[in-house]
Design a protein around this ligand. Structure first.
Ligand SMILES: [Zn+2]
Length: 375
């Protein structure tokens, strides 16, 4: 599990809000240090509540064979990082519902504890903290059930729409519009709160509204991007007949005609169209300048690494992930040893933005896509 650095800052902000603004109102006549102890305990309890909620999601996800890379904790919830979209509508529905269900169970358990404590002679601070934590879990469940994608309720709405019409993109658009609307509503509510004197509550509403809006837009873009790239083979994006160096070219010629002529730092070396190595600026600088005219590039070239090579049949999404992992912005497209093209990050992104522009103009009427009828 990964705790986002923002959470530490938020934890401090939450503790401060509770100790200075909330608890003195809920339970007057307690000492200021007591409010701070209660606030810190509640913040830690909230952290555990969120982890509990997210664990419920990932347990169900794992049951459906969807690995979750990690959980990043954000304001009012975690974001489970998934490598792929859920395989079908039903699994997404169950996965999304698991979190709020877990929060309701935890809220009920804490309310039970509160009632047991209430009858006892225990300190009031403990009772108030228990009651408050129970309420927070209830709020966590209800908040996440709002049909605003990518909140759990929005995911459930998307799953239902996806199941109904079999079009994931259409379902995501509608659920993300719900997220946008809810985010704007929270921001407006926050501004109204501030104008009527509730500064702290107003700032919280604005922050959460901005977070939900940003997450809705990002999630929609991610789904659209995935959809475009998944169905696109590398061979359709790559530049054919790539510029390649032959092994006997001298380093001096290579610098003059290739590096200065084509503005790339690294080039493939081919012999009879077969990729035998790569050569770039960092290999050139290892050789004495005086020897440049007489040294052929095959003396300094490197063997091609497996993470800079991609097959023409691979899909563009996998290639993009490979670029992200390896840090290479250009991949050599090799078919049975033959260099058939070069795939550059720039080309993938250009094509992606063109395709998205065309996708955006698509009417919101559901159409048969390759997602329809997926198992
Ligand atoms: Zn959730």
């Amino acid at each position: 599990m990964w705790i986002d650095a923002s959470w530490l800052l938020l934890a401090a902000l939450i503790s401060w809000t509770l100790a200075e603004a909330v608890f003195p109102g809920v339970a007057p006549h307690l000492a200021r240090t007591t409010y701070w102890w209660m606030a810190v305990a509640t913040t830690i309890g909230l952290l555990f509540s969120i982890v509990f909620h997210e664990m419920a999601h990932s347990l169900v996800a794992r049951r459906y064979g969807m690995p979750i890379r990690g959980i990043t904790l954000f304001i009012f919830g975690g974001v489970a990082e998934m490598d792929e979209e859920p395989p079908n509508a039903k699994s997404e529905l169950v996965m999304a519902a698991a979190g709020p269900a877990a929060s309701f169970v935890l809220a009920a358990a804490l309310f039970l504890l509160f009632h047991l404590a209430k009858g006892s002679s225990g300190p009031e601070a403990l009772k108030v903290t228990l009651w408050y934590l129970a309420s927070l879990n209830g709020i966590l469940a209800l908040f996440n059930l709002v049909p605003a994608f990518p909140l759990d309720g929005g995911r459930m709405l998307r799953a239902a729409l996806w199941f109904w019409r079999g079009d994931l993109i259409w379902a995501t658009r509608i659920a993300a519009a719900g997220g946008d609307f809810f985010g704007v509503a929270l921001i407006v509510l926050g501004v109204v709160s501030i104008m009527t004197g509730d500064l702290v509550g107003g700032i919280w509403r604005i922050l959460i509204g901005m977070f939900v809006r940003g997450a809705a837009d990002a999630s929609l873009q991610q789904v659209l991007t995935r959809n475009v790239l998944e169905s696109l083979p590398v061979s359709r994006v790559m530049t054919r007949q790539p510029i390649a160096v032959s092994p006997n070219v001298s380093i001096a010629d290579f610098i003059e005609n290739f590096i200065y002529g084509h503005h790339h730092r690294c080039f493939p070396v081919t012999s009879d169209e077969t990729l035998i190595g790569t050569v770039g600026t960092s290999q050139v600088t290892e050789i004495n300048r005086a020897e440049w005219p007489t040294t052929p590039v095959h003396h300094i070239m490197l063997a091609p690494r497996s993470d800079e090579v991609v097959g023409p049949e691979a899909d563009a999404l996998a290639a993009l992930a490979q670029m992200q992992r390896s840090g290479y912005s250009r991949l050599w497209v090799v078919d049975h040893g033959r260099l058939v093209g070069v795939l550059s990050l720039h080309d993938v992104l250009e094509l992606l933005s063109a395709k998205l522009e065309i996708e955006q103009s698509r009417t919101d009427r559901p159409v048969e896509s390759h997602h329809a009828g997926r198992p």
